[in-house]
Design a protein around this ligand. Structure first.
Ligand code: PMP
Length: 349
């Protein structure tokens, strides 16, 4: 029930993709310009404020709308993507949803290559936007034909006029944050931001924001990566990663090209129990419905705020909405199956 079942994989929904093309410009203009809100309950008594950049407010529900739009626009400008050309990308979900939304609005068919761990809500959305979804073994190594990137490459080669955004290599990915997310944060904090916290999937978010904020503050803003267990970014052993969209289990030579590690001051590795407890606290105590990678960044930001000089302004990126994880993060069965315990469960022992 929590992830994708065989029946859902096979489902070809009767409902056709909605034709949204008449509103393409108006809807795409809503990408970005997201709110920055203080955590009034969770950062109480810390002497510093934690602000959350609510990327869940993008039309497709995640920060990846920015990246998808930036990559599509760059490809249209360079002529790599022609009108009606098919977009093919391997993605754990949100980039696919962003691309599917943009494809539906601009007349580009979209093919998304993904793995079984995608939440059923994200899969449903992809289908509703009219994307074709191809499943593969998400853990297959880079030299395997089942590897998600290899499958996307094959489909691209077989589809005339197809284009691959290649979010792990595409400079338009971090550029979306250098030109959009980061200037918004700088303005919204009136240049008072002292710490910036983000998770690292492709590394586009932390690289684009980190570069801009370091430049603007003459190096004063501290840039902190929040990493889940199972990821090697923070020096851990490779293992199962239970936080969607972040972390990496491949060794360094295979790290994404867009990720500039030199911009980070440090990484904080956050246990899964703390990540998911924070997701639930955000909903229950702040009224914010956010996904697991937001629990990761906020948990890290609270640790940072606890140790930072009084009056620090800590900004955490909240990449996506909790609505896409009702069957995982908010499902007691899924949490138990994955041996995740919320702080409230410990209290009952
Ligand atoms: N959180 C979620 C839910 C994501 O989908 C992603 C993108 N993979 C990230 C965080 C990390 O963003 P980035 O790829 O820019 O590092």
């Amino acid at each position: 029930m929590s992830t994708v079942t065989g029946r859902q994989r096979a489902a070809r929904h009767a409902a056709p993709a909605v034709d949204l093309s008449a509103d393409a410009g108006a809807v795409l203009a809503q990408v970005g310009h997201t709110p920055l809100v203080p955590l009034e309950v969770l950062s109480r008594g810390l002497g510093s404020t934690v602000f959350v950049k609510l990327e869940s407010e993008n039309p497709g529900g995640s920060i990846k709308d920015r990246t998808a739009l930036s990559m599509v626009r760059a490809a249209e400008r360079s002529g790599q993507l022609q009108p009606g050309g098919t977009i093919v990308e391997s993605t754990s979900g949100n980039t696919g949803i962003g691309l599917a939304l943009i494809g539906a609005l601009t007349g580009h068919p979209v093919v998304v290559v993904t793995g079984d761990s995608i939440s059923s809500e994200k899969l449903e959305l992809l289908h509703r936007y009219g994307a074709r979804v191809v499943f593969t073994d998400w853990t297959a190594p880079s030299d395997s034909p089942a590897n998600a990137r290899a499958v996307a490459a094959r489909i691209t080669a077989e589809t005339p006029g197809a284009w691959r955004p290649l979010q792990f290599d595409n400079p338009a990915n971090p550029q979306a944050h250098y030109e959009g997310t980061a200037p918004e944060i700088w303005e919204q904090t009136a240049g008072r931001v002292t710490h910036f916290v983000a998770g690292v999937g492709t590394g586009g978010t932390i690289t684009g924001n980190g570069r801009y904020l370091k430049e603007k503050s003459a190096g004063h803003v501290e840039v902190i990566g929040a990493d889940p267990y199972g990821s090697v970014y923070s020096g851990g052993h490779p293992g199962q990663i239970l936080v969607d969209g972040v972390g990496n289990s491949w060794p360094k030579p295979d790290w994404p090209k867009v990720f500039d590690r030199s911009l980070l001051d440090r990484f904080l590795r956050i246990p899964n129990d703390e990540v998911y407890t924070t997701v639930h606290r955000l909903l229950n105590e702040e009224g914010l419905s956010l996904g697991p990678s937001s629990g990761l960044t906020v948990a890290a930001a609270l640790r940072v705020a606890r140790a930072a000089p009084h009056g620090s302004v800590v900004v955490a990126i909240a990449p996506d909405t909790g609505s896409n994880y009702l069957s995982k993060a908010f499902n007691p069965e899924w949490l138990a199956d994955n041996h995740i315990r919320l702080a409230a469960d410990f209290a009952e022992d």
